[in-house]
Design a protein around this ligand. Sequence first.
Ligand SMILES: [Zn+2]
Length: 430
Amino acid sequence: MPDVFADLVGQDEAVDTLRRAAAAAAAVLRAAHHPVPAAVGPGSATTDDQDAYADEAEADGGPGAGADPGAGMTHAWIFTGPPGSGRSVAARAFAAALQCVHGTGCGECPGCHTTLTGTHADVRLVVPEGLSIGVGEMRALVLRAASTPSGGRWQVVVIEDADRLTEAAGNALLKAIEEPPPRTVFLLCAPSTHPDDVSVTIRSRCRVVPLRQPPAAAVAEVLVRRDGIAPDVAQWAAAAAQGHVGRARRLARDPEARKRRDAVLAVPRRLTGVGTALDAASALIEAAEAEAEASVAEADAAERAALQTALGAGGTGRGAAGAMRGAAGQLKDLEKRQKSRATRAQRDALDRALVDLAGFYRDALTMALRAPVAPVHTDTAALAEAGARKWDAEGALRRLEAVLECRAAIEANVKPRIAVEAMMLSLWRG
Ligand SMILES: [Zn+2]
């Protein structure tokens, strides 16, 4: 029977840690509900749960629940790993395991089920749609997280992309993590524990669960098993997605995604001069814009309609003028949020294209070096081989670096068009 951790591909070590922690958390709840008589003095029935797992460091390598019911559990966690490695999958699975009423993430009970479908009353999920998570959102979240769990277990807060917290939002979160309510658990997801991603003070209060880039074979296996994809397609997609599970699934199932990838991988052979390089840059930017627009259009329209319906209930009586001003403000807020989401969708789409392109030049490099590794893009291997002969290892490396520099520049807020044009010119010149 697949439990809540079944979708965490190639992360045996992390799953082990999380299972132990979930078992320890369940033991904390049992101890709170049924205190061991010998250990109970007058008035100590209201055991402080924090004390129960205060000594977690010692239990890390230990056999799990022993004399200390809380060993292995703590109230703040950071899941790190490259994009697509399953950070948020791991955090959600762990949240489900904490709410599981049968065991430690059976996958079938109401606790597991409602957590995984996003309807559990004691699990809050923050998925930033825009480029950052603001302080207002974080304060509201921290406030709600402090309430007693209605299901009698844990209040769990999952923050995807914790690296997108604004400084003020990070401080609001830090306060909550420093003085955690007894039954609240914070699960943060971030690319790494580098200070650029997570502040040092937050990091110091959390236990880190590092996820690795899952091997292509493990990704292919899950595509076959769970999504019913043909083995040969699964293998190709898993390699082409470079360990990104969601990307692999999309490539295997979505013809549009494959078409976009084909267009990106056609770039290297089209670069024959300044003109074609600039054309290729325009095409890449415009493709990212179109992809992003398609991905947010539906949500944008639905939100606007919902807001208009809500505002339409306004009326014309006293206070209507104030209501109109309020409406204008809400509409402006919505537009701002949607713009931020669109910008992010564009950057994500562009980044996917750059990762594909980097894979191509990495293939050329490994071929020039005659390194015994499988190519990322099996379908353009011949082209990469030709590139390897023409450019040699150094030329392939310079091109790979140009792509990686472009990613870094966009990350550092250089205008995408400028960064991509510079990259295309470098790829052409070599
Ligand atoms: Zn369960």
